[in-house]
Design a protein. Sequence first.
Length: 301
Amino acid sequence: MKILRLLGDESRLRILRLLRSEELSVAELQDILAMGQSRISMQLAQLRQAGLVEVRRSGQKSLYKVSRVPETVEKLLAESSTELIEAKQDDRALQLILRRRRDHVRSYFDELAGRFGRNYVPGRSWKGMAEMLLKLMPPLVIADLGAGEGTLSLLLAQRAQRVIAVDSSPRMVEYGSDIALRHGVNNLEYRLGDLEELPIPDTQVDLALFHQSLHHALHPETAVREAARILRPGGRIVIMDLLKHRFEEARDMYADVWLGFSELELTDLLQQAGFRDVETSVVHREEESPHFETVLALGLR
């Protein structure tokens, strides 16, 4: 079989193993594999030609991932995890790359802690927030996921039974916890954690909320599945984010990983995570360029 002959080369097999786990750029593959750029590009071209790999643009970068592969290739990739000498080293190097990505987002918010409200952040509109709050039915146990310094968490705590605010930035958690303590808000608890590994046990909350935070997740589908995990049966998810846009500068200016989401993408994310009665709507458009729009998505667990 032509594909199996192609994967007889260990370097191509190593690349395919990595891309089965994660979308990666050529530069990231260089760091993991310690190979030259021209060699990796040549191997990727051959894998693409064989239909095993596809590519998408993300700003100035090209990100590669595995396409659907035949069962024989899946079996070969599974076996390679134990048979390839470099497999464990590749996996460890991949985790370092992913940690580096998360650190980039986290460092941005560490610098921003305490300055929200004085600095412009796209999508934080009172009109959009009001649209969302009107749909809430307190008293609820609410998880504010990617809570930042807790502006919204504090508002929700006025009516909620309990609010669990989760953020990956230690400084944001420290700042938000201090604000809650100084204002005597006893039903608001801050927890340090990642959107894709929430520090909340299963079926603990009534409402899982992503307010302008999902576009910072490396894997939005994983974050949404985590939200589904912590929700009680009949619980609700609310996502308020930027509608898909082309303002590439947002990646550097605001540490955005994704340039928003279309209504269809949010619908698919929610349905694939097991949510039903999914609703989406565009609730705000900013007057100033680049005219960010805010999209609201809801689903029932």
